[in-house]
Ligand binder design. Structure first.
Ligand code: ZN
Length: 384
């Protein structure tokens, strides 16, 4: 069974859609928790399902290095290996090669790198990343693209885009020969140049992918620029295919990008920040180690229905975190993932009833946009 997508309702540029996969139906706009090492850190698959997750992201780079995609295939694929019944999107591994690996050598054939984990020399080619993602058995695979640092000169960006396009063609060709129902998404790069972004969008769409990702965002460019580029690219993509903004972001980024027509998101913020003691709430972020919560008997977020908020006080969570108890990481992760997924559910409901603008106004009336969060330009985008 292949992956299909339908738009059920629109409200302005915002879309309420449905992605149907062999591993269940995914309502969009959707947030995908990041499961770097074949696990969303600190959560069981049951807890993820209870929080409302229907799709998670797996990081190809990490799984190739350890335990190896051949081993995962031997044990029945990634779904069975991690006992996750929902859908899985795998990235191509490219982003982590650019952000984590040492001694990269980019050629027409692909990218050679040394894995920090074991020092081994490895090579990713367009055909290779398709083969690897097929071995993992994800529902949605991504093409290999070159990730540019911000800012990049126009000539550099143009040269990179041409390489990314040739790699996309090769990924497309390699994927077409499989026919196992796995979807393949193309990636629109292009830096911060509007003309190049539009060219990249047109060239990627010409290759006819099952969905389209907007890559190379949140790498340090100013926030208004990111929103404007997201809007520009989203408009240039076909209405009937899903749109995925890679590696973004904070709650306000999700709201603003949904408003501009994005359907899918992933980001390490809710999970990684939980382990750093930061919770997302309807009123903004809470830094749990602060002394002000020592005697606070209230839950993290009175409006949240998650297990953490139903059962525990800020004072208890602070105590656990300060004492470095493992339960702190689990309870904060559970809450943050629940908060992100509830935010998406609220947006879906608002779009379906034509009330997205009212939702957006209500969100900002309560939510204090904070600059205290871990910066979005953190290049890692995985939970190493
Ligand atoms: Zn909660």
């Amino acid at each position: 069974m292949s992956v299909t997508f339908e738009v059920l309702a629109t409200d302005g540029a915002a879309r309420r859609g449905r992605l149907t996969t062999a591993h269940g139906v995914v309502d969009t706009p959707v947030f995908m928790p990041v499961g770097t090492q074949a696990t969303v850190k600190a959560l069981t698959p049951d807890a993820l399902e209870t929080a409302g997750a229907r799709i998670v992201l797996g990081n190809t780079y990490h799984l190739v290095v350890r335990p190896g995609h051949d081993l995962v295939r031997e044990l029945g694929g990634l779904h069975r290996f991690m006992s996750w019944p929902g859908a899985i999107l795998t990235d191509s591994g490219g982003f982590q090669v650019w952000s984590l690996a040492k001694l990269r050598k980019v050629t027409e054939d692909g990218v050679e790198f040394r894995a920090p984990l074991d020092g081994s020399l490895r090579f990713l080619s367009p055909e290779g990343v398709i083969e690897i993602q097929r071995a993992l058995g994800s529902d949605i695979a991504m093409v290999l693209d070159e990730c540019l640092a911000y800012p990049a000169a126009r000539e550099t960006t143009e040269r990179s885009l041409a390489l990314t396009r040739r790699w996309a063609e090769r990924c497309r060709a390699a994927h077409a020969s499989g026919g196992d129902g796995q979807a393949l998404f193309g990636i629109v790069q292009g830096g911060t140049d509007e003309e190049l972004r539009l060219r990249a969008a047109a060239e990627t769409v010409a290759l006819d992918f099952d969905g389209y990702a907007i890559g190379g965002m949140a790498v340090g460019e100013p926030k208004p620029r990111m929103y404007a580029l997201t809007e520009l690219v989203a408009r240039a993509l076909p209405a009937e295919r899903p749109r995925y903004l890679m590696g973004v972001g904070k709650p306000e980024d999700l709201v603003e990008s949904v408003a501009r027509g994005v359907d899918m998101f992933d980001c390490v913020l809710p999970t990684r920040n939980a382990r750093n003691g930061q919770a997302f709430t309807g009123e903004g972020t809470v830094t749990i180690k602060q002394a002000r919560w020592t005697r606070d008997a209230a839950p993290l977020d009175a409006a949240c229905g998650c297990y953490t908020c139903r059962r525990f006080s800020r004072a208890y969570l602070r105590h656990l975190f300060v004492a470095e108890e493992l339960l702190a990481y689990r309870l904060l992760t559970l809450h943050n993932v629940h908060f992100y997924l509830e935010l998406m559910a609220a947006m879906r409901a608002a779009i379906a009833t034509g009330a997205f603008e009212a939702f957006r106004a209500r969100f900002y009336a309560r939510y204090a946009v904070s600059s205290l969060d871990v910066p979005l330009d953190d290049p890692q985008r995985s939970e190493a």
